[in-house]
Design a protein around this ligand. Structure first.
Ligand SMILES: [Cu+2]
Length: 150
């Protein structure tokens, strides 16, 4: 291997690994509240790479959950759009997640016992970004806040 290709291999490796300054958020169902996240507040930095995983194990009642991140101040608006999907026969295929410009990161519904992971770049704007579970009936209680700081 030439020196050049060794350097290239090292670069490829580091690009795919989790960097030390990435934010890692591990979500789980709340052990006592069937419609809650075990932890519902997280802080990341603007522009930081964020890895969110939802391990749907250990909940009080086995049911699907997910993580959908919204723009600041739009939780009720996105929640209303989730409610409106109850009459949409294709809602399950869409993971009950509305197509909205206010949805900035999302994962599919995670079945009990499964884990789902998504990656995204934290918004450039400082603020409190609400997140919710879009499984029908959950978002009124199953919600949290991603605090984006400088
Ligand atoms: Cu849920």
């Amino acid at each position: 291997m030439t020196r050049c290709s060794a350097l290239f291999a090292a670069l490829v490796l580091s690009a795919s690994a989790v960097r030390a300054d990435d934010a890692v958020i591990e979500l789980k169902p709340h052990p006592a509240n069937p419609m809650g996240y075990a932890i519902s507040e997280f802080t990341v930095k603007t522009g930081q790479k964020v890895k969110v995983s939802f391990n749907n194990a250990g909940g009080l009642a086995p049911q699907p959950h997910n993580f959908v991140l919204c723009n600041p101040g739009t939780l009720d608006k996105v929640g209303a759009a989730v409610n409106a999907m109850m009459t949409d026969p294709t809602a399950m295929a869409k993971n009950f997640t509305p197509e909205s410009p206010d949805v900035i990161a999302k994962m599919k519904l995670v079945q009990p016992g499964q884990t789902e992971t998504i990656e995204f770049t934290a918004p450039a704007g400082v603020g409190d970004y609400p997140f919710l579970c879009t499984f029908p009936g959950h978002w009124l209680l199953m919600r949290g806040v991603l605090k984006v700081t400088q």
